[in-house]
Design a protein around this ligand. Structure first.
Ligand SMILES: NC(=O)c1ccc[n+]([C@@H]2O[C@H](COP(=O)([O-])OP(=O)(O)OC[C@H]3O[C@@H](n4cnc5c(N)ncnc54)[C@H](OP(=O)(O)O)[C@@H]3O)[C@@H](O)[C@H]2O)c1
Length: 292
């Protein structure tokens, strides 16, 4: 079996991808790339080889990719010179003899004019680099995470209402865990080479829908508080977010309101072999855990 390396193994998506891969392939076929091996002792204990590497250290990446057939490139953090990091990974993989790269851009529909700062252009750059590299690749495009909804609407939405700029756009959010499971399917099966998947959850929901879901969960009305962009940022800052993070949340919320992720492909359901968790199911579990 070809060896599969997952980057960002100390983070959410990378770790979850490896955990799902463990259910499908022997641990001896798996490698996790981390900056700090102390953050991946759980994966090492499960029999996964942990290699040290930094997206900024090209030579280290070439060494880390030795003997690897497939690389899952977990996208680099926004506002950290993502182009240099992604280009290093792609070039080092090519130099080390890797055959296949799986990358997770954010979904962007061809007809949408919406762009996310430090995301959309950098994702396009990766796709150009992959095309030019001659490597086999698969794009597993992500919608916004279901985990991000609580961040978008402010810390204590059950008490304060769902705050978001006015708009009725919907998004097909998906959970990190199910996106990672879809990665594991793509990485462990043949037949996904050269494919592009858009991993929408279903059904798509608006912020008014989220308010209705939270009302159903709590048994009392949770209003949708449509605000100006300025008031939205002020609300998130008052809830404890740094202003830069609040500004980034605003960009995502504007994308939701513009309908940038209101699509339906069935790709996630197809890869999982079941219907993905709905926003209502996910939020019920999240807020029930918070209330407990
Ligand atoms: N779809 C969405 O809604 C959404 C939302 C937020 C983010 N994202 C994207 O999804 C990615 C993964 O999300 P996540 O929740 O798994 O993030 P996360 O938990 O922050 O994990 C990021 C991983 O990348 C690693 N990393 C960061 N810089 C690196 C570098 N220079 N070299 C090597 N590894 C590096 C981190 O290592 P350390 O543990 O050493 O820091 C960590 O393992 C994010 O990076 C971002 O691009 C998507």
């Amino acid at each position: 079996m070809p060896r599969i390396l997952v980057t960002g193994a100390s983070g959410n998506i990378g770790r979850l991808t490896l955990q799902h891969l463990l259910k499908r392939v022997p641990a001896s076929d798996l490698v996790g790339l981390v900056r700090d091996p102390a953050k991946a002792t759980d994966l090492a204990a499960a029999g996964i080889e942990i290699r040290q590497g930094d997206y900024f250290d090209y030579d280290g990446l070439v060494r880390a990719f030795e003997g690897i057939a497939k690389v899952m490139l977990v996208s680099a953090t926004a506002f950290t010179d993502r182009n240099t990091q992604h280009q290093n990974v792609i070039s080092a993989a090519r130099q080390a003899g890797v055959k296949h790269i799986v990358y997770m851009p954010i979904i962007r529909e061809a007809e949408s004019a919406f762009t996310l700062p430090d995301i959309t252009e950098q994702d396009r750059f990766v796709e150009e680099q992959l095309k030019a590299s001659g490597l086999t690749y698969t794009l597993v495009r992500h919608p916004p995470f279901l985990e991000s909804v609580a961040f978008y609407i402010g810390g204590n939405a059950l008490e304060t209402g769902v705050h978001a700029p006015a708009g009725a756009g919907k998004a097909g959010y998906a959970s990190r865990d199910e996106l990672a499971e879809a990665h594991a399917v793509v990485l462990s099966q043949a037949g996904h080479e050269g494919k592009t998947y858009s991993l929408y959850g279903d059904p798509a929901v608006s912020f008014a829908d989220v308010a209705q879901i939270l009302s159903d969960i709590s048994g009392k009305p949770v209003p949708f508080v449509a605000s100006s962009d300025q008031d939205y940022i002020a609300h998130l800052v008052a809830a404890g977010l740094p202003e830069s993070a609040a500004g980034f949340a605003l960009a995502w919320v504007q994308g939701v309101n513009a309908g940038a992720w209101d699509g339906k492909t069935g790709d996630l359901e197809h890869l999982l072999g079941r219907k993905p968790t709905t926003a209502a199911e996910f939020l019920r579990a999240t807020y029930a855990a918070r209330q407990a």
